[in-house]
Every structure is written in C-alpha cells, then in structure tokens.
Design a protein around this ligand. Structure first.
Ligand code: ADP
Ligand code: MG
Length: 255
C-alpha cells in the first residue's frame, strides 16, 4: 500500500472556536491508482491534500507513506520525503514569475547534488514530456494558462515522485485547455504514476478510476468511478477509440 491514512483528524483553533477540518479520515491508496477527491467548499479537500503532501501534520491519526510513518518524522525527514516522493500541481500554477520555465521546473532539484548543467538537462527532459521543450526560456507571463500548468506539471515530475497531488489543476483553465491537461494526467497515470486530484467538476472526476467524496471533514463515499454519480461522464479512454490492430484507414474521414 502506497498511502495509508488512519483516523486522521485536523483541528484548527480559531480563537475559542475549533474547526474540525478533517474528522476521522481513513483512506488507502495503492500504487498506480487515479483518485478524484470531490466535495463542497470547506469539506476538507485541501487540508487532506496538504496532509498527503506532508505540508501539514494531522492533529491525530497516522499517515503511512510507503510504509513509513510520516506523522512521527521530524521536519527535515518530512521535507525530504516530500521532495523525493511527491509532486504538487496547484490551481494557480505557483510559478516564479521572473524565472524562465526550465528554471521553474528545476527548482525542486535545488536540494539534490545535480549541478546547473545537470539540472538544465533534466528540466529540458521534463519539459519535453509535457510538450514544452520549445518554451524553456519563456517566463510565465509569456505563456498561456495551459502552458503554465504544463510547466508546473513538469516541475512536479522532476524528481520522479511516486505520487502526483493536484488541487483543482484545471480550475483556472478554459474547457479546451482543461481537456489537454487532463489528457496529460491520463497519460501520466497510464505510465504508472499515482494521481490524486481535487476537483469540483464531475467531468474532470470522471477521468479518475475512483472517487472519494468529502463532507464536513469526513469521507462521505469512496467508490470506483463506475459506481459514482460521475459515471455517465466517463470519457472515451485513449486507445479505446481504435480497435487493436486497426490501420489509419479504419479512421475514415472523421479526423
Ligand atoms: P476545501 O478545500 O474542501 O474547500 P479546506 O480543507 O480548505 O476545504 O477547509 C476545511 C475547513 O477548515 C474549512 O472550514 C476551513 O475554513 C478550515 N480551514 C482550512 N485551513 C484553515 C486554517 N489554516 N486555519 C483555520 N481554518 C482553516
Ligand atoms: Mg480547497
């Protein structure tokens, strides 16, 4: 099991008030899964992602990542685990504005032993994976929203993490660009990455294989995508459109 959350709670103290952002969450995720996390605003999705990404610690409960109990680790060990095992993608991209794309991608390698030449080479390879090698020297303000998110995905991939955490990665993108970004996540999942993605949109969640719905800090449901409400929106999966062994001629004039 890659991820084991056991009885996780997170309580924020706001003056005299206590907010139970997470209230007894149990979730297990196997290597290679693609999980959508849904739920209304304030239901605890981002808190859950921060917990999964070792950006925050639970108030109680345990989080085992590849068998290691991260909730008992010191800050340094936690940040090493985060750096090696987890790639983050955010709704607002979170790129350094005055820094060329390839340097943004290279940033998580700053703690590694790679020199600048090695970092640049790896960053270029990561940009290649997201189809942006020719934009390596562009700064974020010279890129479209979809291109910015591709840069952020390349950055998330740079240390070859086992887990990709994405918090509403298409939330700031138009629908055509969202489709392109989701196709990229589909591809990464097909390559074996474990993907956990927060989304409000049923058609986005339908790309996943499992849907976890949060309500008031608790898991309200946790179902294979086919059994969740989003099932009717499951997209035709790549490769499914063409019969095995089909020739380009089979495609007719539809393209
Ligand atoms: P979601 O991402 O599902 O919208 P969040 O995880 O951001 O929900 O928030 C869950 C609950 O915890 C909300 O009631 C929110 O107001 C509260 N919360 C989140 N972060 C903090 C914080 N840093 N301090 C206090 N309360 C917080
Ligand atoms: Mg949120």
């Amino acid at each position: 099991m890659l991820i084991e959350l056991k009885s996780i709670t997170k309580i924020y103290k706001m003056g005299v008030e206590r907010v139970h952002a997470l209230d007894g969450v149990d979730i297990n995720v196997d290597e290679g899964e693609y999980v959508a996390i849904m739920g209304s605003s304030g239901s605890g999705k981002s808190t859950l992602m921060n917990m999964l990404g070792c950006l925050d610690r639970p108030t109680s409960g345990s989080y085992l990542l590849a068998g290691q109990n991260t909730s008992r680790m010191g800050a340094a060990a936690q940040s090493r685990v985060r750096n090696e095992r987890i790639g983050f993608v955010f709704q607002s991209f979170e790129l350094m504005p005055r820094t060329p794309a390839w340097k943004n991608v290279a940033l998580p390698m700053m703690y590694s032993r790679h020199g600048w030449a090695g970092m640049r080479r790896k960053a270029m390879a990561a940009l290649d994976r997201v189809g942006l090698r020719d934009r390596a020297s562009h700064k974020p303000n010279q890129l479209s929203g979809g291109q910015k998110q591709r840069v952020a995905i390349a950055r998330a991939l740079i240390n070859e993490p086992s887990i990709l955490l994405a918090d509403e990665p298409t939330g700031n993108l138009d629908s055509k660009t969202s489709h392109e970004i989701l196709a990229l996540f589909d591809e990464l999942h097909a390559q074996g990455h474990t993907v956990l993605m927060v989304t409000h949109e049923a058609d986005v969640a339908a790309h996943a294989r499992r849907v976890v719905r949060m309500r008031d800090g608790k898991v309200a449901s946790d179902l294979p995508v086919e059994e969740d409400e989003v099932a009717e929106l499951i997209p035709a999966r790549s490769g499914a459109l063409q019969p095995a062994g089909g020739t380009p001629g089979d495609m007719g004039g539809d393209a």
